[in-house]
Design a protein around this ligand. Structure first.
Ligand code: ZN
Length: 283
């Protein structure tokens, strides 16, 4: 019997969960409880429409876009996130509503807010933003970035949830394992890849929901082909979502994944069929 899991995804912005949403969909479909949290409203991220209006001479700007209030935009972002979650069967969607740019030092109450979510949801798995300052992004936007701030805040909330404080009514809760989405890492750093080939069209549909970020069908499909296709190709399937573990897993013995055993013994034509979606002509 497969153990029923509770999975909590913690994200800086309403769009960030999409990077592992196919995996969440697989878990939701198999009866696991899935909760998605956005720490910020996403109010000042990716306002593509406003960007393009402000590029125009003042007289030609659309007042409906230019005079939009941040609250209207936040409400739109929240709706997009809920609709995207619904595609994957996720109904427990929570927005903590902190403003952007998000700084834990300015909003220390965010740790308490997320701790309460953890004590309520009591997840086995937390997927959260990566705390590792990687590559050029780490060098330039690094420690001031919402994603890193969310990473540090969520790991602190995780630690605090495991320890009781006076006034608590809930029992403390220790999260069994923490993963970071592979999108923040190089392929060689991945610990495992979830095969989401069957969920590809839903991933494209979810991208389409973020109209406020300027997404449209051709753009969404191309972005998913390139990003999920890269991970899938690396892992030997058509489309994949990668993860990095917070720490090594303690096991009682070594195991070999079914997919690795299959790959080791299958004809090349079968392998090509799986990563390309079509067999080579000679096989
Ligand atoms: Zn983000």
């Amino acid at each position: 019997m497969v153990q029923k899991l509770r999975v909590l995804g913690v994200n800086a912005h309403p769009h960030d969960f999409t990077w592992y949403s196919g995996t969440l969909g697989i878990h939701a479909a198999s009866g696991d409880a899935v909760t998605v949290v956005s720490v910020t409203t996403g109010e000042s991220a990716h306002n593509e429409a406003l960007h393009d209006e402000l590029m125009k001479p003042e007289a030609e700007r659309d007042p409906a876009i230019v005079n939009q209030k941040p609250g209207d935009f936040s409400a739109l972002k929240a709706k997009e996130m809920e609709e995207a979650c619904a595609i994957f069967g996720i109904t427990d969607v929570r927005n903590l509503g902190f403003p952007m740019p998000f700084k834990v030092a300015e909003y220390p109450e965010s740790v308490r807010a997320l701790r309460e979510v953890i004590l309520d949801v009591r997840p086995h798995i937390m997927i959260t933003q990566s705390p590792f300052l990687n590559g050029h992004q780490g060098k330039t936007s690094g420690a001031t970035d919402d994603h890193y701030e969310t990473a540090f805040m969520s790991l602190e909330a995780r630690s605090q949830a495991a320890n009781p404080v006076f006034g608590d009514t809930e029992a403390p809760h220790a999260i069994a394992t923490v993963y970071y989405p592979g999108v923040y890492f190089q392929n060689e750093e991945f610990d495992f890849v979830v095969d989401i080939t069957d969920w590809f069209e839903k991933r494209v549909a979810a991208e389409d929901k973020y109209i406020s970020q300027g997404h449209y069908p051709a753009w969404s499909r191309r972005r998913m082909e390139v990003s999920l296709g890269n991970v899938g190709w690396f892992a030997g399937t058509m489309y994949g979502e990668a993860f990095v573990r917070e720490k090594p897993e303690l096991v009682s013995r070594m195991t070999v994944a079914e997919s690795d055993l299959r790959r080791a013994s299958e004809p090349i034509g079968d392998y090509y069929d799986r990563i390309v979606g079509e067999r080579p002509p000679a096989h």
